[in-house]
Design a protein around this ligand. Sequence first.
Ligand code: GTP
Ligand code: ZN
Length: 309
Amino acid sequence: MAGDGGEATIPSYLRDARSEEEYPTVGDWLLIDRDTHRLDRVLHRASLFKRRAPGTGRKPQLIAANIDTLFIVSSCNQDFNVARLERYLILAGEAGVTPIVVLTKADLTDEPEAYAKAARALRRGLLVETVNALDPGDIAAIKAWCGPGQTVALMGSSGVGKSTLINTLTGAPALATQSIRDDDRGRHTTTARSLHRLEEGGWLIDTPGMRELQLTDTAAGVDEVFEDITALAKSCRFSDCAHGTEPGCAVRAAVDAGTLTPERLARWRKLAAEEAFNTETLAERRTRTRAFGKMVRSVLKEKDRMKRS
Ligand SMILES: Nc1nc2c(ncn2[C@@H]2O[C@H](COP(=O)(O)OP(=O)(O)OP(=O)(O)O)[C@@H](O)[C@H]2O)c(=O)[nH]1
Ligand SMILES: [Zn+2]
């Protein structure tokens, strides 16, 4: 806990909590008793990243709260991947934070603008910056989001330069980066602390949970990022159109007309399916598997009957 009067460790016990979501997480603003340090209340959250805890049904696990801006980090090389950027955009949309795509390693390519252009095409109005994360003079554009009262977080796959950006933004070489990570003592964790004060006056949240976020419960987010396809689907003749062989399919018509690329449609299908699978409860999955087993058994029985007759 950090705040007026310094930093301290306090128990996160909350007497009246009715669910996981009421307990404090990284980034929360708390009301605590000045003398006893007892936690009184978690203030209303402006944004929240959470995920479903693995193997426990629908129980949510809180990752971080009150993030204003999410730096979605990718790099100007073979690690650049639009499908992955789309995923992160969906997560940002779900959590209620402003996404900014930061493309690192701009100094290692002759055409950083080509990468930026591909990222900007993902969504109207999307902010994309190309930077050399190692150069403090080069990240001025993203520092604009790190001022007093601002909380930022970074998301992106391993090796794209998140730790490097954090070092440059905090002005402190405190974090272990790749170059010193593979020493004989094994892998450094990126950081032991999850909250960093930024040179510009804001806060930066960096928790391992943030780095491992998966797509769960994000149906609304998928619809938002793929608003073009969602809008098209509304004009399909059948409301439950699967955009396969149905007549009057507006989505396929757009692909035929060249206004929607088959690649984007494929990415949407994959994400929508993944989202549906992740959102399905354990009970729903059991019912579905049982129904499938029943169907298989009846087909086998039928085959058997035909063989014998
Ligand atoms: N030339 C150049 N090198 C960079 C840039 N950004 C990061 N690097 C280098 O890329 C390597 C990986 O960067 P990290 O900051 O450790 O990547 P990370 O995203 O934190 O990786 P994880 O901790 O595994 O998630 C390091 O050797 C950095 O020095 C950049 O903009 N330009
Ligand atoms: Zn359709």
